[in-house]
Design a protein around this ligand. Structure first.
Ligand SMILES: Nc1ncnc2c1ncn2[C@@H]1O[C@H](COP(=O)(O)OP(=O)(O)O)[C@@H](O)[C@H]1O
Ligand code: SF4
Ligand SMILES: [Mg+2]
Length: 353
């Protein structure tokens, strides 16, 4: 779907720090888990923004803040130009209808004791104005049909369905209130590879049918490629690189993105042979103790002294500014560069393997 430039979501300086406390009776704050540490992006109407990053980098926390399941420590979220960050009461309820979440695990996110009909209709309990009581069954059956399930299944229970079918149920529930934005938090990560494509194709079709804008989260760049118009790569609570699909996949300039891409399975064996795999050494640092300067520096094979003292801004790197190249997109690296053939440059820590 062609995204329009009109933003539906604008996220500015979003932060979520969970206090780290010690003591039972007298809780004392001794630090903070910096789960999300300054995230900015916009989502255009009708657009899909993929958010990718390793487990623990803050993706779900961003998703929860967008859907008002968590309150940001700082920063703002605007929906169609209106600041919705600190709404409460009726105003909050009205906005919440418009931004719905689809969860990762279709095995645990559906209540096993509820029928599929009740699960899909659950949002109507909170927003009764969305569907008159007498009309709910018909609406639920319509939704099941829309996501490719037999409408006669309304009285069945989640365990009677396969993983892919359960995720379709989760999607039907996400659509019940006819939202404008869907935040899908790793919607296919728990599914078999063969089923993943079906669910992604379904979401793609629903996007045009229901005029939806998507934030689509995954831990793997290959999953979001086909559905995303733009992709944001997260590391340790921040976006390190963001751009249009071709910019990120074909012209990444951040070492972390380059490392992630080097690990993505490639269908073309020739391209696979030409490619070098970058193996990142070391663990992701703890979000309670984020490295100074560039947060990626402890695992970056290009790190220099400057990286320890200066935080790189997420911006178009000076070397690419005005070049018209696809490398001219936001990348938070002091030494952003397209990756050259790196053979023969051995001996570097974390270097290409
Ligand atoms: N309620 C919470 N209290 C404390 N720490 C949390 C909480 N929720 C998440 N975290 C921590 O925040 C970091 C980011 O978590 P999360 O957003 O779930 O990452 P992701 O979805 O990318 O795997 C992790 O280190 C996680 O342990
Ligand atoms: S700023 Fe330095 S440490 Fe960070 S990604 Fe760039 S080269 Fe690596
Ligand atoms: Mg998560």
């Amino acid at each position: 779907m062609a995204p329009s430039s009109e933003p539906i979501l604008e996220v500015d300086g979003l932060v979520k720090h969970y206090p780290l406390t010690r003591g039972v009776l007298f809780k004392k704050q001794v630090g903070a888990v910096k789960a999300v540490d300054g995230v900015d992006f916009t989502l255009g109407k009708g657009e899909t923004l993929g958010i990718v990053g390793e487990s623990g980098c803050g993706k779900s926390t961003v998703a929860k803040m967008l859907c008002h399941l968590e309150r940001p420590t700082a920063g703002s979220i605007r929906f169609k130009g209106e600041d919705i960050t600190r709404l409460s009461g009726r105003a909050l309820k009205a906005v919440r209808r418009n931004i719905q979440m689809v969860f990762q695990d279709p095995y645990t996110s559906l209540n096993p004791r509820m029928t599929v009909g009740d699960i899909v209709a659950e949002p109507y309990d909170i927003h009764p104005e969305a569907a008159p009581k007498g009309d709910r069954r018909r609406r639920v059956q319509e939704l099941l049909d829309v996501v490719g399930l037999n409408p006669e299944y309304v009285n069945r229970y989640p365990h009677q369905f396969s993983g892919g079918q359960r995720q379709r149920i989760g999607i039907a529930r996400g659509l019940a209130l006819r939202p404008e934005v869907i935040v899908a938090d790793e919607p296919v990560s728990a599914l078999d590879v063969s089923v993943q494509a079906q669910v992604i194709n379904l979401m793609d079709r629903l996007q045009s049918e229901f005029d939806l804008s998507y934030v689509f989260i995954a831990h793997d760049l290959s999953i979001v490629r086909h559905i995303s118009d733009r992709v944001a790569v997260m590391y340790l609570g921040r976006i390190v690189e963001i751009g249009r699909d071709a910019e990120i996949y074909d012209h990444p300039t951040h070492p972390y993105t380059q490392a992630l891409l080097s690990a993505v399975p490639m269908p073309d064996p020739e391209a696979r042979d030409r490619r070098e795999r970058i193996i990142l050494t070391g663990d992701v640092p703890s979000p309670t103790n984020i490295p100074s300067g560039c947060r990626f520096r402890t695992r970056c094979w290009k790190a220099q002294e400057r990286c320890a003292v200066e935080v790189p801004a997420l911006a178009v790197p000076a070397v690419f500014r005005g070049t018209g190249s696809l490398a001219a997109h936001d990348s938070a690296c002091h030494f952003a560069a397209e990756r050259q053939a790196v053979t023969g440059e051995g001996g570097r820590r974390n270097g290409p393997a």
